[in-house]
Design a protein around this ligand. Structure first.
Ligand SMILES: [Zn+2]
Length: 155
């Protein structure tokens, strides 16, 4: 069962109905807390990773970036789905939702967002594992590179 994405909330969410988008927040309050946290991370206003010694903070940022990746991937999937629905549903008086294929290289742009978010996620994951005591050798093995390369890349 899914948990609320509200920072520090962790409430179990009721099972999603068979139709529509699954719920991500237990409340409007949790939704806006999550939005604000994401904005702070994006603007670099959350404490820089390196200064955080506490493992809980590393895991917290790891969670933020994991959700970022999931969200970017969901936007891409939604865009591809909209592209494949043909003909587009046009409501009179309402502008049609833009499609990825309306934009030159729109799919690539959306995929690049997923990649950028995944790179931040990888950095946060390494920091969390390092904070939990993983050696550069162990991190390197997980990445398929040497300990030196891992340390150069993420140290
Ligand atoms: Zn909540």
């Amino acid at each position: 069962m899914a948990q609320c994405m509200g920072p520090g909330c962790g409430r179990q969410l009721p099972r999603a109905s068979t139709t529509g988008r699954p719920r991500e927040y237990c409340s409007e309050r949790c939704r806006s807390r999550w939005r604000r946290l994401r904005q702070r991370v994006r603007e670099g206003r959350e404490a820089p990773l390196r200064r955080w010694e506490d493992g809980a903070e590393h895991r917290h940022l790891l969670m933020v970036h994991a959700y970022e990746v999931a969200e970017a991937a969901r936007r891409l999937a939604a865009g591809v789905t909209a592209d494949s629905q043909d003909p587009p549903e046009v409501v009179p008086g309402l502008a049609r939702r833009p499609r990825l294929s309306d934009e030159p290289a729109g799919h690539t742009r959306a995929a690049a967002e997923v990649l950028a978010a995944a790179q931040q996620l990888a950095a946060a994951a390494v920091a969390a594992d390092r904070a939990a005591g993983a050696s550069w050798g162990a991190v390197g093995r997980a990445l398929g590179v040497s300990a030196d390369t891992a340390a150069r890349r993420y140290g």
